[in-house]
Design a protein around this ligand. Structure first.
Ligand SMILES: CC(C)(COP(=O)(O)OP(=O)(O)OC[C@H]1O[C@@H](n2cnc3c(N)ncnc32)[C@H](O)[C@@H]1OP(=O)(O)O)[C@@H](O)C(=O)NCCC(=O)NCCS
Length: 102
């Protein structure tokens, strides 16, 4: 799962709302077992999106992408179908900031 919004629309909850709908579709009609996301650890907003969704930090792929002239790590977050169904009723809860620490 990747996401990108136009800057005029940042900070209004759209990323969490849109990715929640995506996970509902993935674990509902599509019947998927696992969804993963790739976050640049320097991107606080992106990492907050996946922690708000209840995704688990599973690992770090070091210098996985070459972007804008430099190598960037990838933090891999995952969620399973049963975890999403358990998280579903609680997803308005904002996790504490340290849930995002590596
Ligand atoms: C990452 C991105 C999709 C977030 O979208 P968004 O709609 O602004 O996110 P939301 O409004 O749903 O906010 C999600 C969380 O991030 C936090 N957040 C948003 N912008 C932030 C910022 N600039 N700095 C710190 N935290 C931020 C919000 O407070 C929220 O956390 P909270 O629930 O704990 O308050 C958007 O910034 C974007 O498109 N960026 C450019 C592309 C990109 O970086 N994609 C990801 C590649 S790894």
């Amino acid at each position: 799962m990747w996401y990108e919004l136009g800057p005029a629309h940042w900070g209004q909850g759209y990323a969490v709302e849109a990715t929640s709908a995506l996970l509902d579709f993935a674990f509902g009609p599509l019947g998927l077992h696992r969804v993963w996301a790739d976050c640049d650890p320097r991107n606080t907003a992106s990492c907050r999106v996946v922690t708000r969704l209840g995704m688990t930090l599973e690992g770090c792929l070091r210098e996985n992408w070459f972007l804008k002239g430099e190598w960037c790590d990838s933090m891999i977050y995952g969620i399973l179908d049963n975890e999403w169904k358990g998280h579903h009723g609680q997803r308005t809860r904002a996790p504490s900031k340290n849930e995002n620490e590596w």
